[in-house]
Design a protein around this ligand. Structure first.
Ligand code: MG
Length: 158
């Protein structure tokens, strides 16, 4: 059986925060505000995987009111999400995601980011695809005030 899920996330960009995407730290002087490390990409992917499995959402499993997840490494949350899927007899098949970010240009970092996510999900690297788009100077992304991600995940039964 094949199932799909979708996930989105959005965080404010603030000064003096690390910018973390897919567990990769990017030197930029601005980063995503948030209870955990603010990794919007991984948060969107977690919601897509949970959605595909019918397991609710990230806020249910990793509530931002819980001090346990303060500044949490989101890749660790992704690894925990994989365990939740496996407990329900599912395995991830592929993930496709788009990051909406005005600056910096991600360029080659996209490969590093998708590699880390694939390794965490224990899937071949070609099964995780990461894309990036700007906001063309429009709305909160375009003004550099926010970063967003949207992800879709396909899972199968073991
Ligand atoms: Mg988030």
């Amino acid at each position: 059986m094949i199932r799909v899920g979708i996930g989105t996330d959005k965080h404010r960009l603030v000064f003096n925060r690390k910018l973390v995407l897919g567990g990769v730290e990017i030197e930029w002087g601005k980063g995503a505000a948030g209870h955990s490390d603010g990794d919007v990409l991984v948060h969107a992917i977690i919601d897509a995987l949970l959605g595909a499995a019918g397991l609710g959402d990230i806020g249910h499993h990793f509530p931002d009111t819980d001090p346990k997840w303060k500044d949490a490494d989101s890749l660790m949350l992704l690894a925990r999400t994989l365990e939740l899927l496996e407990s329900a007899s599912f395995v991830p098949l592929n993930v496709d995601a788009t990051i909406h970010l005005e600056l910096p240009k991600l360029g080659r970092l996209k490969q590093e980011i998708s590699g880390k996510i694939a390794d965490t999900l224990k899937v071949p690297r070609h099964c995780v695809n990461i894309k990036a788009k700007t906001g063309e100077g429009l709305d909160s992304v375009g003004r550099g005030e926010a970063i967003e991600a949207i992800a879709i995940a396909q899972i199968g039964t073991r």
